[in-house]
Design a binder for this molecule. Sequence first.
Ligand code: SF4
Length: 218
Amino acid sequence: MLKDGEKGVVLQRDKQTYAIVPHIPLGIVTPGLLTRLSEIADRYQITAMKITSADRIALVGVKEEDVDQIWSDLEMDPGAAVGPCIRSIKVCPGTTFCRLGKQDSLGLGAELDKRYHGLNLPAKFKMGVSGCVNQCSENCIKDLGFIGKSNGWTVTVGGNGGPRPMLARKLTSGLSTEEALALAEKVIDFYAKNAKKADRMGRLIERVGMEEFMRAVL
Ligand code: SF4
């Protein structure tokens, strides 16, 4: 029996099969990738493919003896789906595709994904990047969020879903993409050094106080 996270698997409710969740940065899927996933699902008689809240495609109902070969056939990395780490970076289409976009959310999201996806931290940590105030990436429930406006990026912190939901608070605004990335580095670094085990960002801010937190990262 494999443990959750081992070889990129998540044990399913039947306690016999697994889900495996390949990393799909920004949730962008090419027709070729969809075909490959579909062929592999057929080849290994996967029960279902689930589009997840993290914009990934999970293969559900995988047998333990097929796990290694499926990863080899996929030629993809596992998505950070379990454990205390930077999980999904949810990103909307932004100025690349959406007519309402004010900022390049795919560009910022790709850089955040490259730098931080899977980074180990005291608790799970989610990010959202939205190209405009409509917040299609649900910034208000993300530990760290970026909202595109005409004058640059507004940054929010401390949101999360789960058993103790919290709404994110505005940290600052009017940042260029480079400034937003530099602030992300400071926020994540402060969180890594100061959060207690299992504390989400919102709990840390509650503990140290928003003013002190702002003094530390701005
Ligand atoms: S947040 Fe704005 S830019 Fe992004 S998909 Fe939604 S409406 Fe479009």
